[in-house]
Design a protein around this ligand. Structure first.
Ligand SMILES: [Zn+2]
Length: 254
């Protein structure tokens, strides 16, 4: 299985428009972060997690040519706003399956009403096949099963996903003991780490490191990163040996 980090930034992306912050002005490509998303492939199967406002650019950069489904973590704009740009995939493949919690599907239908129009739908509009996913109910993705993991983003429920020994969690602030059980024995864990200061709805760096220390995956990659976390190169040196800052266009193989 290959995991390609399409975007590793927090909601505004890095650089932030108009910012004079030193990290926003960095010339290191690892300090430029599109909105958070990942692309997972194995044996010809291809799934994308989230579809934020940078989706088009991410599909071009990664040279992704086929999508078997989009797994949504939650409805926030930095995770959903790019849905109109699935059209090139629609023209080649037809409807694209989207997997999400019922609440998220309802929200997406509001945000993208025209996609779900049944009468007089504008020709060429995106088309999706909405598939609801449920707490504690694994669902099939290609020839594998994805296990949904419920995490809390402040008061909002968010799904993370485990496929084999890989798990991807973003926008986590808290997680129940029962969900921790589903994350044992991981080879690779991806988890969000916003910055050093505490935040109401996201793990800060220390919370993410504590979480990784509890779960003990072989390797962990941090994502959904703010410019406030600092320069990639500086932060990476402070991390434990098995923890890495993800960066855009990083590809790992499991
Ligand atoms: Zn987010």
């Amino acid at each position: 299985m290959k995991v390609y980090f399409l975007g590793t930034g927090t909601s505004q992306g890095i650089p932030i428009i108009g910012s004079d912050h030193e990290v926003c002005k960095s010339i290191d490509f690892k300090d430029k972060r599109l909105r958070v998303s990942a692309w997972i492939t194995w044996e010809g199967y291809s799934y994308v997690i989230d579809c934020g406002p940078d989706f088009r650019q991410q599909m071009l950069a990664s040279n992704c040519r086929k999508i078997d489904g989009i797994l949504f973590t939650h409805e926030h704009a930095d995770h959903t706003a790019g849905l109109d740009d699935i059209r090139p995939f629609n023209y080649r493949q037809g409807d694209i399956p989207i997997y999400a919690h019922k609440r998220v599907l309802v929200d997406i239908k509001k945000r993208f009403e025209y996609i779900f129009e049944t009468e007089n739908k504008y020709p060429g509009s995106p088309s999706v096949k909405a598939i609801e996913i449920f707490d504690n109910v694994p669902f099939s993705v290609g020839n594998k099963m994805a296990i949904p993991i419920t995490v809390m983003h402040g008061k909002l429920q968010v799904f993370g996903f485990r496929i084999d020994d890989f798990a991807y969690l973003t926008d986590v602030k808290t997680i129940a003991e029962s969900e921790m059980e589903k994350l044992k024995g991981l080879k690779v864990l991806v988890v969000n780490a916003l910055r050093e200061e505490l935040h109401d709805t996201h793990f800060n760096l220390q919370e993410a490191l504590d979480f990784i220390a509890l779960l003990k995956p072989e390797k962990a990659y941090l994502t959904h990163i703010s410019h406030m976390l600092g320069f990639h190169e500086v932060v990476q040196k402070k991390l434990p040996d098995n923890v890495f800052l993800a960066y855009d266009n990083l590809e790992i193989t499991l």
